[in-house]
Design a protein around this ligand. Structure first.
Ligand SMILES: [Zn+2]
Length: 202
């Protein structure tokens, strides 16, 4: 039996990505049957995440302090900066163990189709950050663009590279190609084309 409160909870939950009306209702009943302690902890966690999490003043990743954990880490290479689309990309790249530099989060990519221009992203702060480092011992010498291999990723990479090259620094982009264990027979033409463009000496 639905009640106004159950209906309200279901309708809010169904706005979450991947949650349809049926799942939303099932979750609502689960919450209703749960001990009050759990429901209080859940509602506090929801409010806390919104109130406490903010953007790092340096790299624009998420933090609950002024600067994030990575910006505060003294054991990272200040001369190397990796550009990512979202904060969630950072742990992905970090867990590869192949990157020990700093990060900068754009919070999206340029998309004329969706009306997203460079001004809607953290691109200007990136240019300022690179410029401000010039001549200091923490000078950024290389910017690595770790963006998706799609139209928006390509557009954004080109836009950033064009400006950064005028600052006389090395701009690179992560290679795209055949996944480890991948079979050439099953790779699409565009991926194979990109893999050939990005071929390396062995
Ligand atoms: Zn940071």
């Amino acid at each position: 039996m639905y009640t106004p409160s159950l209906e309200k909870l279901s309708s809010e939950l169904s706005r979450l990505p991947g949650i349809g009306p049926k799942t939303a209702l099932r979750l609502s009943y689960f919450i209703l049957r749960s001990p009050k302690d759990y429901v209080t902890a859940l509602s506090e966690a929801l409010v806390d995440v919104k109130n406490k999490v903010k953007l790092c003043e340096k790299c624009y990743s998420y933090t609950e302090q002024v600067l994030c954990r990575i910006c505060l880490d003294p054991n990272r290479d200040n001369n190397l900066l990796c550009i990512v689309e979202n904060p969630s990309d950072i742990p992905q790249i970090d867990s590869s163990g192949a990157f020990k530099g700093r990060y900068h989060v754009l919070h999206g990519v340029i998309s004329p189709m969706e009306g997203i221009s460079p001004r809607d992203l953290k691109i200007e702060p990136l240019f300022k950050r690179v410029q401000a480092s010039k001549g200091t011992e923490d000078q950024i010498n290389e910017v690595v663009l770790a963006l998706d291999a799609d139209l928006e990723g390509d557009t954004t990479a080109l836009y950033i590279a064009k400006t950064l090259k005028t600052y006389d620094i090395n701009v690179t982009r992560i290679a795209h190609g055949i996944p480890i264990g991948g079979d050439i027979d099953y790779i699409d033409h565009r991926t194979l084309g990109r893999a050939l463009e990005n071929r390396v000496q062995i």
